[in-house]
Design a protein around this ligand. Structure first.
Ligand code: AMP
Ligand code: GLY
Length: 433
């Protein structure tokens, strides 16, 4: 099977590894040359991810495409590829609205009576905004479209009074024509990623990501500084009864989006959930694997990834085709010093052999290779993965692997440690008591 992968981050690096491990022949279309993906590929093409003509042209060589990031999905790369007769793992632009329009998702859940919405309101003009803010103080203001996870403003953190909230709401309505204002939730977040063949929805191990830049969940929000999963495929602070509930929200959504648009959803559906004192709430959907969460699940997939992709395309996927090893995983991202506020690009060195000897793995993110040197950009640079029988073992492998990476980088030592996980357990206990 010849497979074209679109994208150049660590998420795409782990997808590339999974394709090759399951006997796919990899073709890669990237904006910049990811050295890890390049090494695994039969052929590489560098070009803009917005240049759909170029992508379609390159895709004529392959049997199907996998689209890694959200932007080309939202802009309709799958619509174009399918028009050219190339099957895709990834939704059409109309169904990708589950990620690219927060109002579409909230209204869809309401219309089809799918549980998980917080109290919310969509505004398309400033009428009634002030009145709403006077009666709803604990709010979150969300841009309707894609913002790379950085556009959400939370009451008490980024918004301290009604005037500030009103100003931000006006700015977003002027930009996007609408804005979502919703109740601020309190709870613990987790990610559930599912494989979807248009009808069947098959889940994977729960993962917890860490958005804040610094240890102890301090500092600005990032794309995610690291994540972990447990050998039982749950999380110690999420009662197992919530896993089928979360999966049911994904299943009902796949069904509803087909009814709403007439187009079946094929690809990955990522649910970001929060367990609150009022039960499970949906924070957002993504129409792709998470970054870093893909790195937690794909390396412990026991069944063939390429086979799963073919079944997604054929519409005959079931649970028995998606099995995972009973292992813990810990992913830690290294980012340039100063990220995400004032990152300073740096040259990095990576002793991949030493890391492999430890049992660790490396996935390249925002780096480029030039004259044999690896240079970071201003975003997250490299992810390391530890896999173990216990979370402690996985965490130790990840941490020891980082000793073999040089450069002006930082990471969160606390991700995957007992102390931080205990904090989550105590938080949920206190919430539900
Ligand atoms: P999103 O772009 O929707 O993932 O939002 C980014 C982050 O903002 C989430 O991961 C949450 O931590 C936070 N967030 C989003 N919606 C809410 C909400 N209704 N209540 C509290 N926090 C939220
Ligand atoms: N880890 C969050 C995301 O992929 O959007």
């Amino acid at each position: 099977m010849k497979v074209l992968l679109i994208g150049q981050g660590a998420r795409e690096h782990v997808i590339a590894e999974s394709v090759v491990k399951s006997n796919g022949v990899l073709y890669a279309y990237m904006k910049t040359r990811n050295p890890g993906i390049a090494k695994l590929s039969k052929e590489v093409k560098i070009g803009s991810l917005n240049d759909f003509n170029n992508i379609v042209d390159f895709a004529k060589k392959v049997d199907f495409c996998i689209i890694g990031p959200e932007d080309p999905l939202a802009e309709g790369v799958v619509d174009r590829l399918e028009d050219a007769g190339i099957p895709c793992i990834g939704p059409h632009s109309s169904t990708a609205r589950l990620e690219s329009s927060k109002s579409f998702t909230r209204l869809l859940l309401t219309k089809y009576m799918i549980p998980g919405n917080p109290d919310y309101k969509v505004f398309e003009d400033m009428n009634d905004v002030r009145e709403y803010l006077q009666t709803h103080s604990n709010i979150v203001v969300k841009p309707d479209g894609l913002t790379g996870g950085k556009g959400v403003k939370v009451w008490g953190e980024h918004l301290s009074n009604i005037n500030e909230a009103e100003t931000y709401i006006r700015e977003l309505i002027e930009k996007d024509g609408k804005v979502v204002v919703e109740e601020k939730l309190d709870g613990e977040e987790f990610t559930l990623q599912a494989f979807v063949d248009g009808v069947n929805v098959v889940g994977s191990p729960l993962v917890q990501d860490h958005k804040r830049a610094y240890e102890g969940d301090q500092g600005p929000n990032t794309g995610g500084m690291g994540s972990y999963s447990f050998p039982d495929h749950g999380l110690p602070f999420i009662n197992r009864e919530y896993i089928p509930q979360a999966l049911d929200i994904l299943k009902k959504t796949v069904n509803a989006v087909k009814k709403e648009t007439g187009i079946p959803y094929k690809g990955i559906l990522y649910g970001q959930f929060m367990l609150t004192r009022n039960g499970l709430k949906l924070v957002e959907f993504n129409c792709r694997f998470g970054d870093p969460e893909a790195i937690n699940i794909l390396p412990i997939l026991e069944t063939s990834f390429t086979d799963i992709c073919l079944r997604i395309l054929d519409g005959n996927l079931s649970e028995k085709h998606v099995l995972f090893d009973d292992k813990a995983t810990v992913v830690k991202y290294l980012a340039p010093v100063g990220y995400p506020v004032s990152p300073v690009p740096t040259e990095v060195t990576v002793s991949e052999d030493d890391i492999r000897k430890l049992g660790g793995r490396v996935y390249y993110a925002s780096v480029s290779e030039k004259d044999g040197k690896i240079l970071t950009t201003t975003s997250r640079s490299i992810a390391v993965l530890g896999v173990g029988s216990t979370i402690e073992e996985a965490e130790r492998i990840a941490e020891n692997s980082i000793c073999y990476i040089g450069g002006e980088l930082f990471h969160r030592r606390d991700i995957g440690t007992r102390k931080l996980i205990q904090k989550r357990i105590d938080h949920v206990k206190q919430l539900l008591s």
